[in-house]
Write a protein of this length. Sequence first.
Length: 213
Amino acid sequence: EWALEGLPSDELSIQNAIMVTRSSRYPLMVDPQGQANRWIKNREKHRISQNPGMCITTLTAKNLKDQLEFTMGEGLCLVIENVENEVDPLLDPVMDKAIIKKGKNLYINVSDQNMDYKEKFSMYMTSRLPNPHFSPELSAKVTVIDFTVTLKGLEQQLLGRLISMEQKSLEDTLAALEEDVTNNTKSLQLLDKQLLDRLSNSQGNLLEDTELI
């Protein structure tokens, strides 16, 4: 699935993707070559397409607070590009996930303002600096992930490109098969969930429920 989203297939990129998707903290990606940024934008293209102007930003954007409020309230994603060594303190309560619950509603207090927060909200930060010096305080609030391409990773990526150029038909077939496997896996997961829901809500003798069988 990650390869279909444009993630390079070398070992380091895959390990980094696991950290991005599994970490409980928001990722801050060291990304001199821009590969992580491209992957995230492809991965989140459906949410970004709903309002690109609000979902992609920089720390110097004049409307950063408005973008943050909008994406958190709508459960979208916020991609902050070109981060340098420091991050705006405006983001501190968001990075801390200082969520306030009032009844059924969730909020995060940003600059003395309670902003709506949806659990689907995601935030990604990328830095083009090859050797950034993030403060210990910032590093404790986020998951710093180094996407800098190594020599071994570059060799693996170039080999993959060479194979795709020389055996394009096989590469296209493989890509199509990978997409089919991904789609079929998602379908099976959905069917499993529907079956479990039916079983948990079923009443009476299961053997007499012909539709369920």
